[in-house]
Structures are given as C-alpha cells and as structure tokens.
Design a protein around this ligand. Structure first.
Ligand code: 8BR
Ligand code: GLC
Length: 491
C-alpha cells in the first residue's frame, strides 16, 4: 500500500468532511460524564506503589483476576495485568475508600472532562457542529464546569412544565454529587519487576478505576423523556455509559428495569425522527451478565452503529457465544486483523447493525450492511477524518477547534498499521474477497456486507491515550451523518 497516497487521502477527506459538517443540524449525546483524575505513572511511582505491598501477594491477586476494586491490592493486581499486556481496562469500585487511598498514596497530575458522553459532547461542540445536546442524568455543578463554554453546546433542563435547552453551567441539578474516575496512564518500555516476574510494557495505554457511587443511575429523567421533542432538530444520537448498569440495586430494582428504560428512550428518539441514526460507544464491561444484556437487549435491533476497540470486540464475541473467535482476536492482538475482521462481521450480523467501526492502533475497520446510503469512498472519508482527530488528540492531548484538529494531518500514518493491512490483503486476495486493486482503495465487497479498511495516524509519544477511542468513533459517525445530510440536500 502506498503511504503517500494514504496521506493524501487523509488530507482530502479532512477538507471534504469539514465542508459537510455544517449540514448537520444537531447531535444528541448521552449519558455518562465524570471528572477524570489523570496520573501518568513514572518508574518512581511504580516502585513506590509495588513497595507498598508484599510482592508475592500482588502476584497471587493477579492470578484471581479481580473484576472489581475492593481494596488496594486489587488495584495493584489489575494495574500489573494492564501494563503487562499494554491493554486498556476499566474496573469499577463501589467504595470511596479507594479514592482516599489513591489520593494519599499516588495523587494525580490534573483533572479534566471524562466519560464518553462528556468527552464526545465537548469534541463535537469544538468541531463547530450547529448544535450538540448533551444529557447527563447526574450533572452536578462541578461537573458542568468541565463542559466547553460554547453557544452550540446545550443541556436539557426541566423548567415548570417545559424542557428547555441551556448551557450546561445553567442546567445542572442542584445538590447532585460528582463522579470522579482515576486514570492511570503508562508509557511503552517501562520495566516492571514484581514477585520474581519481570516484563517491559509493550505500548502506551491506561487503566481506569471507575467510581460507581450508590446514587448513580443510568436513566433518563421522566420529564425529559416526556419532552424529548424539545431536543429537535437532531440527526443523530451517540449513546454510552450503559456499563454502569448494575445487576441488582438496593431498592429492589434490577438491570432489567434500566435496560427497558434505555430501549424506550432509543425508540422514542427514533419515533421523533425516523431518519435519525443511533450510535452506541462501547467500553470495557466487567460484568458478563450486563455485557450480554447491553449487547443483545439494548444494542441488537435498536441501534444502527457500534464503535469499539479490539479488546471490546473479543469481549463482545465471548458473551455472544463465539469463544473461539474471541480467543483468536485477543491472542493475536493487533496481528489478528483477520480474526478482527471476521469478529466485526459477526457482530454486525448477530446484533443486526448497519455499521460496526473497530479502531485499533494503526488501522480501523468499518463493516457496513448492504444498502447503506453512502458510497464506500464517503465512509472511507469519515474514517480518515477520525484518524486525523486521533492524531491531533494524541499529539496535543486536546482538540479545541477545527484548526487544532487539522494539526492531526501532520502526524504520520502508522507503518505497523500499513504492514498489518498488507498481511490482510494477502488473505483477502487469496480468499477472493476482493481484487488487489480494490484493497488498495481500502474497499471490500462481501456477499452480505461491505467493509472499509484504513491505515491510521499514530503519534509516537502520545500526550495521553484516554478518550482517543471516543474521538475516533464520534468523529467518524458525525462525519458520516454530515455526508448523508449533504447528499440529501443535493437531491
Ligand atoms: P479506546 O479508548 O476505545 O481503547 O481507544 C483507544 C484508541 O486510541 C486505539 O484504538 C487507537 O486507535 C488510538 N490510539 C492509541 Br491507544 N494511542 C494512539 C496514538 N499514540 N496515536 C493515535 N491513536 C492512538
Ligand atoms: C470511560 C471512563 C472515563 C473515561 C472514558 C474515556 O467512560 O469511565 O473515565 O474518560 O472512558 O473513554
């Protein structure tokens, strides 16, 4: 594959999408936002941390693979696992003791907007969309401060009998508390020695300790649900945060109640605008019952588009009963591009989706159901635009306007990503899935689906990695919708 050609395609796509964005009337983004307390771990932090425990005990806890942080030892174990594999993970904690322990023993470097919906709303508003309506059921006064102050970013507020759209700083819920997550970012090549085991961190990534306070409910206020039409006009919705649903609540309600409300909200949005497209952004979901319910009851048949990373593809396949495929996605990691492709196709089919966008370090794959209104070139532009956003975000740690997004064009395409695609090309051409020429364009035409594959821009020493996946998925989805609206306006 010709790297120069792909660089040029990135540039052309960026300006094509930039020209299309004004055609979007509005985007709805819900549900999760929190404050991220970010700490970049240094060698010193790590030896201090390991020194706080008995190393043999850490290793023993690693073996038990804790899925919840109940005490500091669980944290040390999950951090080691994440660093050993270089894989992102998000682990819930239901006590505030860990928060206090982390503050005392590690501290953080800075705090910023966190949570997929929070990050995505800020990004889309910064890209200059006409209207972004964020909805965070637990918007506190402090949390509202983390939203960008921009006229195009609004939040619904119940006022008497009505629901009105206001800047988040004027729409918070008095008395609401804030949710703070801890983000531990680590860099490639850190060397770790613990309890007789020694390894080198394979890539930059992070571990998230996600606080799940008792009051947290993934739900829509009744009044807002009743007056959802006050949000219009909107062309699309990006929904996330479902991972917060619990199996059982103290008041006797269960995940079934929250799944049911979530589906109702989606169906109501669609009934208000039958053209509306819904994207769900997935993240790490430790609880397998919840993971399966989110996939098969909320996402399947109700939403159009799904965004996720490679680990999440494997995790989703696993609860959907495709253990072998799941294992081959995880085992071969980024080299498992062939398994990843088959896994993404499987998700498209099992969940009756229109679009599955998988982002990996160095390349993205988007599987499309037949009959999608856009051309593969237009879908490719949407992916390339999101790769430029990822480059900009990794380079500068933020994107505050379209000019800052454009800086991503300076980031080079990953040569490892190109190499992975070259390997996949051999497979595809061998299996007659496409001609070598088609592959050069990044297009695959299947019997029951199409696909677009692009090499992506990767920053060698990223400022941070948290939130890049959100920028990729939201950027591509918004770009796709904008192109759809643009072509409708020409009809
Ligand atoms: P998640 O947050 O959903 O795991 O997504 C992270 C995504 O960020 C990866 O899929 C990868 O594409 C992208 N990314 C990472 Br991690 N590091 C990056 C870097 N240095 N430059 C560009 N993109 C990066
Ligand atoms: C999840 C985490 C949040 C983080 C976000 C980044 O939503 O809970 O802390 O900011 O992912 O993608």
């Amino acid at each position: 594959m010709d790297i120069q050609e792909w660089e040029q395609r990135h540039t052309d796509a960026f300006y094509n999408v930039k020209g299309a964005l004004p055609y979007l009337e509005g985007m709805f983004v819900a549900y999760n936002s929190n404050i991220d307390a970010i700490k970049h771990l240094t060698d010193k932090d790590l030896s201090k941390l390991i020194g706080l425990f008995n190393e043999a005990e850490i290793q023993a806890r690693v073996e038990t693979y804790p899925r919840e942080i109940k005490e500091p030892l669980d944290f040390a174990a999950r951090l080691l696992i994440s660093m050993r594999e270089g894989k992102a993970a998000e682990i819930p904690t239901y006590t505030s003791d860990i928060h206090e322990w982390l503050k005392e023993n590690l501290g953080f470097d800075y705090a910023r907007m966190g949570g997929q919906a929070g990050i995505i709303s800020n990004l889309l508003a910064s890209l200059g969309l006409n209207k972004v309506v964020a909805y965070i059921p637990w918007l506190s006064k402090e949390q509202a401060e983390y939203f960008v102050a921009s006229d195009n970013l609004l939040h619904p507020k119940v006022e008497g009998e009505k629901v009105v759209l206001k800047p988040p700083k004027k729409a918070f819920k008095p008395g609401a508390e804030s949710k703070v997550n801890w983000i531990f970012e680590y860099s490639r090549d850190l060397e770790i020695t613990c309890g007789g085991s020694k390894f080198r961190v394979p890539r930059d990534n992070r571990l998230i300790i996600s606080s799940r306070p008792k009051w947290l409910r993934l739900d829509m206020d009744r009044e807002i649900y009743e007056h959802l039409d006050s949000l219009l006009p909107i062309d699309g919705a990006i929904l996330s945060g479902y991972q917060m649903i619990k199996e059982q609540y103290e008041d006797g309600s269960t995940y079934r109640d929250y799944v049911c409300h979530s589906v109702k909200a989606i169906e109501k949005l669609k009934s208000l605008n039958p053209e509306l497209r819904i994207h769900v952004e997935l993240t790490s979901i430790q609880n397998r019952v919840i993971r399966k319910a989110i996939l098969t009851e909320i996402i399947a048949k109700h939403v159009h588009s799904l965004g996720l990373d490679t680990v999440e593809v494997a995790n989703a396949l696993n609860v959907l009963g495709h253990e072998e495929l799941s294992y081959s996605v995880i085992k071969k990691e980024e080299n498992g591009i062939t398994s990843l492709y088959h896994g993404a196709v499987q998700l498209l089919k099992d969940l009756s989706l229109e679009r599955v966008h998988v982002h990996s370090l160095g390349f993205y794959i988007c599987i499309l159901a037949k009959g999608h209104p856009l051309t593969l070139k237009e879908h490719r532009d949407a992916l390339l635009f999101s790769s430029t956003l990822a480059g900009a975000k990794a380079l500068n740690g933020k994107i505050e306007n379209l000019e800052e997004a454009e800086a991503g064009l300076e980031v080079p395409i990953s040569s490892k990503g190109l190499e992975d695609l070259e390997n996949f090309k051999l497979y595809c051409v061998g299996k007659k899935l496409c001609t070598p020429e088609e592959f050069e364009y990044g297009y695959l035409y299947g019997a029951d689906h199409d696909a677009v594959l692009i090499p992506s821009k990767v920053v060698n020493q990223p400022k941070a990695t948290v939130g890049i996946g959100d920028a990729i998925s939201a950027g591509a989805f918004a770009a796709m919708l904008a192109r759809m609206k643009q072509s409708q306006s020409r009809e």
